[in-house]
Design a protein around this ligand. Structure first.
Ligand SMILES: *[C@@H]1O[C@H](CO)[C@@H](O)[C@H](O)[C@H]1NC(C)=O
Ligand SMILES: [Cu+2]
Length: 190
């Protein structure tokens, strides 16, 4: 992904040097999403829950507006729930954070995956809400579009704070079907 981005950046720089200043970052008209800044087609970023233990892999993703994040679930029983940076292992307090529901599987990958579409470039913090075994406290926490200019709101700090929480909160609202689709690549190995 980074190599591809770099080559596109190089290409755009070459194009830009031969053209008047580009009007990047303007809002679309009629579209739900703001403009992508790189003109690249949307891509799907795969994140694997439970790869390498109580861990999301990769747990720090940089995504463009319009990209899809797709979580796959390995054994035994994981989930993905949105939180805030300041309150790890707890659902976003407004009740409109995402939650995949639990996606158990005894082996291989769970039959379903969970998808969200990136609608802006604000950081998205998330965790696994499995309370049996304290997954979030053990490091099952991740971020999309961390603000790399912030010295405080880092994934390391989020995980450190998560480790200090007593127990996780399972989102109480029922929206697990939103974004849950049949696994498009159930036999893909990770
Ligand atoms: C998965 O975990 C949830 C939360 O702990 C639990 O309610 C559910 O019964 C588990 N499912 C399986 C199949 O173990
Ligand atoms: Cu988990």
């Amino acid at each position: 992904m980074f190599a591809k981005t770099a080559s596109i950046v190089t290409l755009l720089a070459a194009v830009a040097s031969a053209m008047p200043a580009a009007n990047a970052g303007t809002a679309t008209t009629g579209g739900k999403l703001a403009s992508r800044t790189n003109g690249d087609p949307a891509i799907t970023h795969t994140v694997v829950a439970g790869l390498g233990g109580l861990h999301f892999d990769p747990d720090n993703v940089v995504a463009e507006i319009g990209d899809v994040i797709e979580w796959h679930f390995l054994p035994a029983n994981h989930s993905v729930a949105q939180s805030s940076f300041g309150a790890p292992c707890k659902p976003l307090n407004t009740g409109n954070g995402f939650f995949s529901g639990f996606q158990p599987t005894p082996s291989g990958q769970a039959p379903d995956v969970f998808q969200i579409t990136i609608e802006d470039t604000n950081p998205i913090w998330y965790y696994c809400a499995q309370t049996k075994g304290d997954h979030c406290q053990a490091g099952m926490a991740g971020v999309i579009n961390q603000n790399f200019n912030s010295a405080t709101n880092t994934l390391a700090a989020y995980k450190a704070a998560a480790a200090l929480t007593g127990t996780s909160e399972i989102p109480a609202w029922v929206n697990p079907l939103e974004g849950v689709i049949a696994n498009p690549n159930p036999l893909g190995g990770f």
